[in-house]
Design a protein around this ligand. Structure first.
Ligand SMILES: Cc1ncc(C[n+]2csc(CCOP(=O)(O)OP(=O)(O)O)c2C)c(N)n1
Ligand code: SF4
Length: 263
């Protein structure tokens, strides 16, 4: 952990033992540090959820806003002061359920924000309700017999909606994740880094991943490198069940939404 970025007076944190969020915060702070960001020119924002607690533990100006509205507030901050580096922590519920509309339009506008989504496939903070990324068949308090709805693919959504940088890694792939966040910070326009991660308390214990390590093992064994898959998959071949692609999905230079000069 980059201790010099931590707001020590807010510790101890609220995260459960084995939660993936701390690892992800560590990677993001490492990337922010490598990018040369300083406390005075960096703002962290979030909505509501366990994931959204992250900015509260970081020693910069931060906004812990309302559920689903982090991107609206982040847009306001960037519009008001374009020279600020604006980084958003969010969860799959925060960004894809109640905040889904803000998400696609922030990508479409291609505003210069870096968004890190801690995707644990569930509403962790409120006790384990299903989210728009809960996989089919997985249980939650609102899907006690297994989810039946097709989940959103956050990466596909962001690419289709126009974001300039989109990547997916997991809480297991810390080196690649740190690199991806750094790339997101350095790419002008909207960047989404989706991070699949473990929530042993709300998701794991309902889905046979009771120990944090169980889900880390799942992430390691089911993540398929996008580049390798594209090189080796036979025409029409499907990914194995429950596997998912990781890597960089887009890095492009669509026009970034203009912001007024600071005066
Ligand atoms: C308008 C509104 N609706 C509902 C809630 C209750 N609520 C708080 S956090 C949350 C879900 C959080 O899930 P996610 O964003 O996936 O974050 P996680 O806790 O899993 O990190 C909900 C429904 C709220 N705070 N405000
Ligand atoms: S409920 Fe889940 S996401 Fe929330 S702190 Fe605990 S392990 Fe982490």
């Amino acid at each position: 952990m980059r201790e010099d970025w931590l707001r020590n007076d807010r510790l101890p944190h609220i995260y459960c033992a084995g939660c993936g969020n701390g690892t992800i915060m560590n990677c993001v702070l490492e990337a922010v540090d490598k990018a040369g960001y300083e406390r005075d020119n960096t703002v962290f924002l979030s909505g509501i959820g366990c994931s959204s607690r992250a900015p509260g533990y970081i020693e910069t100006d931060s906004l812990h806003t309302t559920h689903g509205r982090a991107l609206a507030f982040a847009t306001g901050v960037k519009m008001a002061k374009p020279s600020l580096n604006v980084v958003v922590f969010t969860g799959d519920g925060d960004i894809a359920a109640i905040g889904g509309n803000h998400f696609i339009h922030a990508c479409r506008r291609n505003i210069d924000l870096t968004v890190v989504c801690m995707n644990n496939h569930i509403y962790g903070m409120t006790g384990g309700q299903g989210s728009p990324t809960t996989p089919i068949g997985k249980t939650s308090t609102t899907t006690p017999y297994g989810a039946v709805e097709v989940p959103f693919d956050l990466v596909d959504l962001a690419v289709a909606a126009g974001a300039n940088y989109v990547a997916r890694w997991t809480s297991y792939h810390v080196t690649q994740l740190t690199e991806a966040v750094l790339n997101g910070l350095n790419t002008p326009g909207f960047s989404l880094i989706e991070v699949r991660c473990q929530c042993p308390t709300s998701y794991g214990r309902r889905n046979k991943f009771r120990e944090p390590k169980d889900y880390m093992d799942f992430l390691r064994s089911h993540a398929v490198l996008k580049e390798k898959w594209e090189r080796t998959a036979k025409p029409g071949e499907e990914l194995p069940a429950e596997s998912f692609l990781v890597g960089e999905f887009v890095r492009r230079a669509r026009p970034v939404m203009g912001v007024a000069d600071e005066t």
